[in-house]
Write a protein that binds this ligand. Sequence first.
Ligand SMILES: [Zn+2]
Length: 339
Amino acid sequence: MRKIIAFFTAAVLAVFMIPTFIPAVSSLFSRDDVQIADENTGAITAGSFDKPFTVSVYRCDLNTVESHDFEEYITGVLAGEMPPTYNIEALSAQAVAARSYILSKAEAYFNGQIPEEHHGAMICTNPNHCKAWRDLTAAKASWDVRYANDYEDKIRSAVKRTEGEYMTYKGEVVKAYFYAMSSGRTENVEDVWGTALPYLRSVDSREDAMSDGFESLSTFDLSSLCSRLKAARQDFSMSDASDFEEKPERTDGGSVVKIKIGNTEFKGSELREILGLRSANFTVTSDGDKLTFKVKGYGHGVGMSQNGANVLAERGMKYREILSHYYTDVNIVNLYKKL
Ligand SMILES: [Zn+2]
């Protein structure tokens, strides 16, 4: 008898509680068709989304929130993040990487953690926070008119042929970082941001070393270098232009971990930011009153090198192979339910 009463009590509670619970969840996400595997973590599961999947995007340039079909949004990320002159296989790899990166951001949103910068939206168009995004019509107007239609077709076809595809590692969405050009090897993620991830390991990307713009030089005279470094670290001082550590500690990818200049030790990434260097993989030389930073690559170095992806694509590599090269042991899965 007690069991029967307990069953009825549970059933009555369930009937009354479920309707109040469901509207609370759906109003939080503003999505009825998104299936989240775990409401506590916001984890996304492959094959669980209906099409079209609409995302809300905060446009930093217009200070407005817009709704876009996710696939259409990805065409805008391609237009904002990769030259349309690149090979279709590199653009396709970029489409899958962009989906993965943005979905990894969306998991926080599904978990109810909406960053202030998003003004309530799932994604923003600040390249330093989420990813760069350009309205395709506006992007097209800025391209060489002779090729603009071809570029648009290529971008759309890269998105279409990879529709819904993103990367997972052991079922979890991959934080698919990417950047313009490696320094010849990519970086272990923990060497750049502190926390290790098994799929963001240092891998060979020697194709970059043969590309235009691989090396850049930044020269400073002693007084301008001192004033910049002093602005960042008040106690900074150096005796002359040769007062720096010649063989600093380096990461597996080749970036400077830390370097002593004058009386102060700087992290390589910190020095990159203060001096506006293209990457943290640099060597320093001095000549009289001048210091020159010879820099390799362009960007943070974690994950896919966009230039490297394009060179590999030009050599015949397909987008899935390119992704497997830059992201270790990942799977490519699809977001959408099979019809
Ligand atoms: Zn953002």
